[in-house]
Design a protein around this ligand. Structure first.
Ligand code: T3D
Length: 265
């Protein structure tokens, strides 16, 4: 598939998916959804990939839904677009796929992340933003609600009072404040942003991939399970990872006092 709305590459185990509709602040139309889906499928099928970096071109990360796209226009007779169908067909599968991807994910946010664009970043395992970036729950400004997991991520990340403030008022939240509130992992200086993303993605690509993905999964399960059930699950996953090649390598490297060489297996 040739891409028109995204750029996709794999170098040294790092897959980079770049949203590339800068004129519309990388907002989502149907074509971009289809291309993102295709790229995520490609990652699932490519065992050389050890980490995904989700980023964007131009001055914005993503402005959510393209409000000018044909599929969200009112019909000539005034019929409203079918948002439930659009969310179920495109946004929900995209977020679910990201949360179940076979490799860890990093959102590199270099500009504004608004609406579903913010939810997209929050769905990644680590969110790293340049200081000049910001996050806007733009939904309420146009009469909608935070979708793509927004109402799930926000209260879990920042607590209910802040989640409500962000969602109701739709105000801009700076990257620094987002870090301070625990909404993202790190805000880094604009001039250091590219180097930081390069280094962290290369580092993660060398780590034991399966363990990282199991951590994501267990963290998510913990939000709905009892301590007792969670510890059973931890035991089960420990049992599986204890049989992995990467654990064998990790523990032998420790004993032999050398750097481990993980293969993601
Ligand atoms: O099923 C469904 O489809 C529903 C799902 C919904 C999920 C959602 O994401 S709903 C929320 C949709 N997004 C928004 O409401 C955000 C709209 N955009 C903005 O509020 C602002 O653009 C920003 C705060 C993101 C940035 O502001 P600013 O001042 O930096 O830029 P700007 O001048 O507003 O925008 C620059 C251009 O990008 C402009 O085009 P122009 O005038 O230069 O030709 C603007 O129209 C365009 N643009 C920005 N956001 C969108 C967009 N075009 C289409 N859709 C957008 N979302």
């Amino acid at each position: 598939m040739s891409y028109e709305c995204i750029l996709y590459s794999v170098v040294d185990g790092v897959a980079t998916l770049e949203l590339n509709r800068p004129d519309r602040l990388n907002s989502f139309n149907k074509a971009m959804h289809e291309e993102v889906r295709h790229a995520l499928n490609a990652i699932d099928e490519d065992s050389s990939v050890r980490v995904l970096v989700l980023r964007a071109s131009g001055r914005a990360f993503c402005a959510g839904q393209d409000l000018l796209a044909e599929e969200v226009q009112f019909s000539e007779s005034g019929d409203a677009p079918d948002f439930e169908k659009i969310v179920q067909t495109f946004y929900k599968p995209m977020i679910t796929h990201l949360r179940q991807l076979r490799v860890p994910t990093v959102a590199a946010v270099q500009g504004v992340a608004a609406g579903a664009g913010a939810s997209l970043a929050f769905a990644c395992d680590l969110v790293i933003a340049a200081h000049s970036a910001n996050f806007i729950q733009a939904f309420s400004r146009i009469g909608l609600i935070p979708d793509s997991g927004g109402t799930w991520f926000l209260p879990r990340f920042v607590g209910l009072p802040r989640a409500m403030g962000l969602a109701l008022l739709g105000e801009k939240l700076s990257a620094e404040k987002a870090e301070e509130w625990g909404l993202i992992w790190k805000a880094v200086d604009d001039l250091e942003f590219e180097d930081f993303i390069r280094k962290i993605s290369c580092d993660i690509a060398q780590m034991p991939t399966r363990a990282l993905v199991e951590i994501r999964s267990l963290m998510e399960t913990s939000t709905v399970s009892s301590l007792n059930d969670q510890m059973d699950l931890e035991a089960k996953v420990m049992g599986q990872l204890g049989n992995s090649r990467d654990y064998y390598e990790g523990v032998h490297a420790f004993i032999e006092k050398r750097e481990p060489v993980f293969k993601g297996e």
